[in-house]
Ligand binder design. Structure first.
Ligand SMILES: Cc1cc2nc3c(=O)[nH]c(=O)nc-3n(C[C@H](O)[C@H](O)[C@H](O)COP(=O)(O)O)c2cc1C
Length: 194
């Protein structure tokens, strides 16, 4: 798929068909994520894929919150991918300050997860990044996440059930960027732009 189409087709999908996702397709997405940039190239991401239905459903029960009705789609998605930060030691002396203290690893994980979701869109798969996890401790225990690692996000993956809502609210280019301070961006096709 063309890059622009992947960007436009990627939506947060919260309704999934039960069809399984081929491991080869999951690995395609993870291999793309692996190529993402990271501070000091420390690649602090680890991914735990849950495609065994029983294990996946147990994990989903620690993510969803039925009372708050949050992330109920975690149960419906055929695949969950726990995105884990690994902050174990690194030989680079800048690492402790830049990556750990200033939390650069969070940007790294964000970049990797976006690449994963774009790769999923490339295959016609739907994804939803989830940061709201009802009981992270129980989820970590279930997945055997070792000391020094932490689940930061979970990505739900699967084939979308129906089309996501058509409109997607976004700030306009003019609202979010400028060329040199004070000069708002104008699209070349903007009729007010002469
Ligand atoms: C860091 C991050 C955390 C998010 N956490 C959740 C979440 O816990 N549950 C959820 O349903 N969506 C979550 N989202 C998805 C956003 O709600 C969604 O990206 C936003 O509404 C824009 O919609 P779109 O992804 O369809 O373009 C998260 C997105 C990001 C980037």
């Amino acid at each position: 798929m063309e890059f622009r189409n992947c960007v436009e087709n990627r939506r947060s999908i919260r309704s999934f068909r039960p069809d399984p996702v081929r491991r080869e397709d999951i690995l395609y997405c993870l291999d793309a994520a692996r190529l993402s940039p990271s501070s000091l190239n420390c690649q602090p991401w680890r991914f735990v894929v849950l495609d065994d239905p029983q294990l996946k459903n147990r994990a989903a029960s620690y993510i969803s919150n039925p009372l708050l009705k949050s992330n109920l789609h975690a149960r419906q998605a055929p695949v969950l991918i726990a995105v884990v930060s690994d902050l174990s030691e690194n030989p680079n002396p800048l690492y402790r300050t830049a990556v750990k203290k200033f939390g650069m690893y969070q940007y790294d994980l964000g970049a990797a997860v976006q690449t994963l979701c774009l790769a999923a869109a490339d295959l016609g798969l739907g994804s939803c990044i989830m940061s709201t996890i009802r009981n992270k401790k129980q989820l970590q225990d279930l997945l055997g996440i070792p000391q020094g690692q932490e689940i930061c996000l979970v990505v739900a993956l699967g084939y979308p059930d129906g089309d996501p809502a058509a409109s997607r609210e976004r700030l306009s280019l003019e609202e979010i960027c400028c060329f040199n301070p004070g000069i708002p961006a104008e699209r070349p096709d903007d009729p007010s732009h002469s």
